[in-house]
Write a protein that binds this ligand. Structure first.
Ligand code: NDP
Length: 439
């Protein structure tokens, strides 16, 4: 920690995994003899590059680009690209490290990687975004390929950005191939990929409740975020008879007691790219809390009474005080759509309280799993129907739940899905690394 104090999120993610591994390492000394942990925390390769581009005024802008190819024991590096001003080497490393175990948990043949840039798309024109994406790919293309490293989207990277990057890759290489996932249907994308992370997070919640003899019908749910993951969490919640009563963005939190009007949120965020405060023009009875008015020790979105919580915005958006407020108000379930949204202390509070708690690397793995289904369709030159892909997604989420839950039971910690997911993911990657020698 002392040598790299700047990578706080990376150390947080490593610590969470290592804290879970004690019971496994005690009875399996060969993992230590093989220096698996020392090897696993070091990325196989990290690429950092300059992304120069020209803005609409003719001025030259420069951003930092990253791709961390973390672990390829189970398959090609797989993980998204994040474009957000907060992106730095530590954030990309934390996301890449998490991705290794998440991908292993899906049971599919994919390794772990992540990338991005500290690019702020807010206020940028479509032309500027295209030129940025083209410049980013002009360096990235030499490091990726359909059987070596297959990036996808993440915060700030949706179908539009993937489209511009795919176009540039094709132009540079002359190859039309499945080198990115999250592509549009016209470029070989898969049905359900757009919805997959959100839908998967809700399927996971449903499996957790099912084991407790309960279901989502009639549940009032707090959701954070208003992007790709949050929108499709809300859509699936409505489909399963639950009611999302909040969402949030980087300007603040929106609470609507009778249920969020999803069509309006989609229009505001997807078509008009405006802040959620504009929701009040249609529903003056809803409550909007700007970030400046958030409690000092947390996030306003978690301070309302609800049965369930779905954090879907960003890392560390749910603190210990938020967790205490949720538990005090009767929350019985947390299913994480975002990556590492709960601080370590908040996660511990959920586990100690014994509520149904689905950590991100299990609960949000539906996105990457469906990306792998997109790769499979591209490789076989086929397109599956919405129902076929959705059915496979449901089954994968069930398998992930069972793997995490059975592993927790195997180590005498029934219901602790953090421990179960970490051990199950680690064991699969570690065993593959040992089979492949000292690499
Ligand atoms: P989007 O860019 O589509 O949406 C992100 C949402 O979160 C936006 O509403 C954004 O607000 C808000 N947000 C982002 N950063 C902050 C911040 N620092 N403070 C407050 N609000 C913020 O991203 P996704 O929905 O794709 O990603 C959300 C989370 O889900 C991330 O943690 C991502 O890593 C994770 N994830 C995504 C997957 C995917 O398939 N897309 C797969 C697995 C995990 P605003 O609208 O104002 O920008």
């Amino acid at each position: 920690k002392r040598s790299s104090p700047a990578q706080a999120e990376f150390y947080q993610a490593v610590e969470e995994v290592l804290n879970s591994l004690g019971p496994l390492l005690e009875t399996n000394s060969h993992y230590q003899q093989q220096a698996i942990i020392q090897r696993m925390v070091e990325p196989e390769r990290q690429i950092m590059f300059r992304v120069p581009w020209v803005d609409d005024n003719g001025d030259i802008q420069v951003n930092k680009g990253y791709r961390v190819e973390f672990n390829s024991a189970l398959g090609p590096y797989k993980g998204g690209l994040r474009f957000h001003p907060s992106v730095n080497a530590g954030i990309v490393k934390f996301l890449g490290f998490e991705q290794i175990f998440k991908n292993a948990l899906t049971g599919l043949p994919i390794g772990g990687g992540k990338g991005g840039a500290n690019f702020d798309a807010k206020g940028r024109s479509d032309g500027e975004i295209m030129r940025f994406c083209q410049s980013f790919m002009t360096e990235l293309y030499r490091h990726i390929g359909p059987t070596s490293d297959v990036p996808a989207g993440d915060i700030g990277v949706g179908a539009r950005e993937i489209g511009y990057m795919f176009g540039q890759y094709k132009r540079l290489t002359g190859r039309y191939e499945g080198v990115l996932t999250g592509k549009s249907l016209l470029a070989g994308g898969s049905l359900v990929r757009k919805e997959a992370t959100g839908y998967g997070t809700v399927y996971f919640a449903d499996y957790m409740l099912d084991e407790r003899g309960d279901n989502l019908q009639g549940k009032r749910c707090l959701v954070s975020g208003a992007g790709n993951v949050a929108i499709y969490v809300m859509e699936k919640l409505y489909q399963l008879g639950a009611t999302p009563i909040s969402c949030s963005d980087s300007s603040g939190t929106l609470y609507h007691d009778s249920g969020v009007d999803l069509r309006l949120v989609k229009r505001l965020k997807e078509s008009q790219s405006c802040d959620l405060v504009a929701y009040l023009d249609t529903y003056p009875e809803a409550i909007h809390t700007p970030i400046a008015d958030y409690p000092k020790d947390g996030n306003a979105v978690w301070r309302y009474a609800a049965d369930a919580a779905f954090p879907c915005a960003t890392q560390n958006e749910l603190t210990l005080s938020d967790a205490k407020a949720l538990l005090k108000n009767g929350c019985q379930l947390v299913s994480e759509g975002a990556n590492m949204p709960s601080t370590q202390e908040a996660a511990d509070a959920f586990i100690d309280a014994g509520i149904a708690y689905g950590p991100s690397k299990a609960a949000n793995a539906g996105g990457v799993a469906t990306s792998q289904l997109e790769m499979a369709q591209n490789a076989s030159m086929q397109s599956w129907t919405f129902e076929q892909v959705d059915q496979k997604l449901k089954q994968i989420m069930k398998d992930i739940y069972v793997r995490a839950s059975d592993t927790a039971k195997e180590f005498g910690q029934d219901g602790n899905l953090v421990l179960g997911a970490n051990i199950a993911g680690f064991r699969r990657v570690a065993d593959a690394m040992i089979e492949q020698g000292v690499v």
